[in-house]
Design a protein around this ligand. Structure first.
Ligand code: PHE
Length: 446
């Protein structure tokens, strides 16, 4: 693709919101609260924040640098920056990660549409005397209905990406992210008014370090990468659309702060409610879909809260899924010279096939299991715990050791146009070059 053809983000504000949109997703609302619940509350949050600052922030800068300097999607960017080397294989790794994530992401995206429809049909209204755990398991393990909802999700997502970067992705994010923020704030306030909400806050913000082990560290790092959309080329491709005049460091800080804030807000919306109704926080992936409906049906104005909640979940899921889809789409456009429409069509087919397999793997007695894990759990675990982690490691090694220091500085200061204090550029440089790679390696080996 010629540089002049690259239709990038139209404004700095739009670029930031698209990045925040990619970062804030199911990872924040669905995954973060249940990981906090499974890993002992406050201590996990603390470790998560430390990892995000010391590891994810430099990885984020490194990805954007590769994208903006390489002016292409992951594979092409590595190839442009290190021609004739094997580095572009790191780009292929990110395509693998995207493909794993999109498969289960679309399934969960479909679930959120189903739950939105159910809330609008008053299924979670006061006094709805249903067994929500049974409802969730019978729906998620059914054959056809999860697939239909998944397909709707895939089509909405594809429609945004077909519209292109500026008219689709940027415009969607610009309108939907502020709305999402407002919705989640309403939920936090609603939750805070519940009797006994304090126990939930205590759980979230009291650090019990006896619960921490090497699995917790891996989970915190994996979640931080997942939540910041790192290690799989999303920030490389978005970086390639970022204007040369924007400050990479400020994009990184804003995205990280809003993403973390959002995850904590989501936990603050969910945990106090869980404790207030005497439920268990360690419900795993079912937390949002089993515990919350129970809660909605037991709280005043529950139906309205439920509708708000599932709209938020859906918006967050779409703004992230578009970045995942854009990684694959731009790869197909660049490598195989397809039109955007053709590329998205191929992606739809891939998502339908692998999403269907993921969904089927949840059925009792399904043969789609490996090492005791369903394909769904396997894709989730392998992508966030391994593929993204290795992708992130390669990214920082590439920028820290392969790219010239002067090129790093040139990108971080946009050729002198952006004022970045010397110390900040140095700190980020050493985080990229030494701290992040060593920390990631240590955690992988542990
Ligand atoms: N960051 C997204 C979330 O939190 C998931 C995602 C991962 C999106 C990787 C793009 C790339 O849900």
């Amino acid at each position: 693709m010629k540089e002049s053809d690259r239709s990038g983000f139209g404004s700095r504000f739009g670029a930031i919101l698209a990045m925040v949109g990619s970062a804030v997703g199911l990872g924040n609302i669905w995954r973060f609260p249940y990981l906090v619940g499974e890993n002992g509350g406050g201590a996990f949050i603390l470790i998560y924040i430390v990892f995000s600052i010391l590891i994810s922030l430099p990885v984020f800068c490194a990805e954007v640098i590769i994208g903006r300097r390489g002016r292409a999607s992951a594979v092409g960017a590595f190839r442009n920056l290190a021609p004739g080397s094997k580095w572009h294989l790191a780009g292929y790794l990110s395509i693998l990660a995207v493909f794993l994530i999109l498969s289960f992401y679309s399934v969960v995206g479909g679930w959120s549409i189903k739950y939105l429809v159910d809330s609008a049909m008053l299924k979670f209204s006061a006094g709805a005397d249903a067994d929500f755990s049974e409802l969730f398991s019978s729906f998620s393990t059914a054959t056809w209905s999860p697939l239909i909802y998944m397909l709707v999700f895939i089509l909405i997502n594809s429609a945004v990406v077909i519209l292109g970067v500026k008219n689709g992705i940027e415009r969607f994010s610009k309108w939907m992210m502020p709305l999402l923020f407002l919705l989640i704030l309403i939920l936090v306030v609603r939750s805070a008014c519940l009797p006994g909400a304090g126990v939930g806050y205590n759980y979230l913000f009291h650090a019990d370090f006896t619960k921490i082990n090497s699995d917790t560290l891996m989970a915190a790092l994996g979640q931080s990468f997942f939540s910041m959309s790192l290690g799989m080329g999303a920030m490389i491709i978005y970086g390639s659309y970022v204007s040369r005049k924007d400050s990479i460091a400020s994009h990184a800080v804003v995205t990280l702060s809003l993403d973390t804030l959002f995850a904590i807000l989501a936990a603050c919306a969910i945990m106090p409610a869980v404790f207030s109704f005497g439920l268990q926080p360690n419900q795993g992936p079912g937390l949002v879909f089993v515990t919350l409906p129970y809660l909605f049906s037991n709280m005043p104005l529950g139906t309205i809260v439920a509708i708000f909640f599932f709209i938020s979940l859906l918006l967050a899921a779409i703004s992230s899924a578009i970045s995942l889809l854009e990684v694959m789409t731009s790869f197909l456009i660049e490598e195989f010279h397809l039109s955007r429409r053709q590329a998205v069509t191929i992606c739809i087919a891939i998502q339908v096939v692998f999403g269907t397999l993921c969904s089927f793997s949840l059925q009792a007695g399904s043969p789609l299991k490996l090492a005791g894990l369903s394909l769904f759990d396997l894709f989730d675990k392998v992508s966030s715990d391994y593929v993204m982690t290795i992708g992130a490691l390669l990214t920082v090694i590439f920028v820290g050791w392969k790219i010239k220091r002067s090129d790093y500085l040139d990108e971080m200061t946009s050729g002198g146009a952006v004022h970045l204090p010397r110390w900040a550029a140095e700190v980020i440089y050493w985080l990229i070059k030494v701290v992040a790679p060593l920390a990631i390696l240590a955690i992988l080996i542990l």
